[in-house]
Ligand binder design. Structure first.
Ligand code: N2P
Length: 383
C-alpha cells in the first residue's frame, strides 16, 4: 500500500513538473479578461518576494519551491498555531504579511476590523475549480476577500492498539473530559488542541451548548469542565502534535483536526496488517467543521503577486498535491481526479452525510469575544 502511495506520488510530481500548473511564465502572456484558463492573471509584473503566513504543517513545501522556481518569486514562509495567534500578529502591527490563511469565523472578524484586502475573483481563474458548496460561504458571501483553501473537522484521535479503546471506542467528548474515563488511559498521554475556540468548543458541545454561545453561565460551566480534566492532559499542542506526539506514540488520545489524525494513520500504515496506529472519531454529541481560506492582508502592497499565488494554489494539480500531503479535504472539485483514492475514500477526511449532519461551524461572537479570552486565560493560567 505504501509503495503504491509512493508510486502515485511520483506520478503526480512528474505530472506537475511537466505542464507547470500555473501555465507558462507569467510575463509572456496576453491578458484576457474573463478567461477561465490559468493565463488570465499573466500580464502582471510579479514582485520579487511574497510573504505567506499559514497554519503549521499545512502545505506541501515542494509546491512553494515549485512556485518560486517557475515564477521567480521568493516566498517568505512563516507559520502560526491558531486563528487568534494570526489575529494578534496582525493587530500588533505586523505589516510584512501578504497572504494569510484564516478560518471561517476569523475571516468575519478580520473583515470587520479592516484587516483584509478586497479581491476580485475574476483575477483568479482557478476559482472556477472550487466546488460550488464552498463558494460564497456566510462569512464572505461574495468571496470579496478570500477563496477556500482546505477544510476539515475537529474530533478525537486515538490509538488503535489501546486495549481500553478496543473495548470502548471513544465515541463521545466524555473521553476528553470525564475523570473516570481519563483515569483509564491518562498515563499513556493525552493531548488537546492549544486553541482558544476549539477546546472550549468541544466542552460546550459536550455540555449540550452551542460552541458559539455568549452566555456567561454556559461558558463558566465549560471552563470548569476543562479545569477538572486539565490535570489528566499531558500536552496542549495544535502545531506539530501529529508528527511529534501521535506518530511516535507519545500520547494515546488527542483532540485533533481530521487531517492531522489521518496523517498519523497513513504514516503508521502497515502493509501487512493493512492498518495504521491512529483512528479518528466524530463524537456522538457533534463536532466543529471548518473551512480555511486564502486571503490578502489590507497592508499588502503586492496584490498582483498575491492573487497570482492564490491562483496557483487553486490549480487542480497543486490543490491535489496539497491534500495528498496534508490529508485535509479539498474544496477544489477539479483537484479530485488527482487526489489519491485512499484519501478520497477515507471517511475521516471526507465525512459521509450522517456525520456531516452532526457538524457545526464556529462563528464570530463580536464584542463577546472577551468572554472566550477570559475563559482561555483561566484555563492556561491554572496549574
Ligand atoms: C494543520 C492545521 C489545520 C488547520 N496543521 C485547522 N483549521
Amino acid at each position: 500500500m505504501k509503495k503504491l502511495f509512493l508510486v502515485l506520488l511520483l506520478i503526480l510530481l512528474l505530472a506537475a513538473c511537466g505542464g507547470g500548473p500555473g501555465g507558462p511564465a507569467a510575463d509572456t502572456e496576453e491578458s484576457t479578461e474573463g478567461d477561465t484558463s490559468t493565463e488570465a492573471t499573466s500580464e502582471v509584473q510579479l514582485a520579487d518576494e511574497l510573504s505567506v503566513y499559514n497554519w503549521s504543517e499545512y502545505i506541501d513545501e515542494e509546491k512553494i519551491t515549485e512556485y518560486e522556481e517557475t515564477y521567480g518569486v521568493d516566498i517568505i514562509y512563516d507559520t502560526f498555531a491558531s486563528n487568534e495567534d494570526l489575529l494578534a500578529k496582525l493587530q500588533a502591527g505586523a505589516e510584512g504579511y501578504d497572504v494569510i490563511f484564516p478560518s471561517d469565523y476569523m475571516v468575519a472578524i478580520m473583515i470587520d476590523l479592516g484587516l483584509l484586502a478586497e479581491i476580485d475573483t475574476a483575477d483568479i481563474p482557478n476559482f472556477a475549480n472550487i466546488d460550488p458548496q464552498f463558494v460564497g460561504a456566510p462569512f464572505d458571501p461574495n468571496n470579496d476577500y478570500c477563496v477556500p483553501y482546505q477544510w476539515g473537522t475537529t474530533g478525537i484521535g486515538y490509538r488503535a492498539d489501546n486495549e481500553f479503546f478496543q473495548e470502548n471506542p471513544p465515541d463521545s467528548w466524555a473521553y476528553l473530559f470525564e475523570p473516570d474515563l481519563l483515569e483509564q488511559y491518562a498515563d499513556e498521554g493525552i493531548n488537546v488542541l492549544n486553541d482558544p475556540r476549539e477546546l472550549p468548543g468541544a466542552a460546550l458541545i459536550y455540555l449540550g451548548y452551542n460552541p458559539n454561545t455568549t452566555n456567561p453561565d454556559e461558558l463558566n460551566e465549560a471552563r470548569d469542565l476543562i479545569l477538572t480534566a486539565k490535570p489528566y492532559w499531558k500536552t496542549f499542542n495544535s502545531e506539530d502534535y501529529d508528527n511529534t506526539l501521535l506518530i511516535p506514540g507519545e500520547v494515546t488520545l488527542t483532540q485533533g483536526w481530521s487531517g492531522d489524525v489521518a496523517n498519523a494513520y497513513w504514516n503508521t500504515y502497515d502493509d501487512e496488517t493493512e492498518d495504521g496506529d491512529w483512528y479518528y472519531s466524530i463524537p456522538e454529541e457533534g463536532a466543529v467543521k471548518w473551512l480555511d481560506n486564502i486571503c490578502i492582508t489590507a497592508s499588502s502592497e503586492r496584490y498582483d503577486t498575491a492573487v497570482h499565488f492564490m491562483n496557483y494554489l487553486l490549480d487542480a494539480e497543486v490543490g491535489a498535491a496539497i491534500t495528498n500531503f496534508t490529508y485535509y479535504a479539498s474544496p477544489n472539485e477539479a483537484a479530485k481526479e488527482f487526489i489519491l483514492p485512499e484519501i478520497l475514500e477515507d471517511e475521516s477526511i471526507f465525512p459521509p452525510p450522517e456525520v456531516e449532519e452532526k457538524l457545526v461551524w464556529l462563528t464570530e461572537v463580536g464584542e463577546d469575544a472577551f468572554l472566550y479570552d477570559e475563559l482561555w486565560t483561566a484555563v492556561k493560567a491554572s496549574q
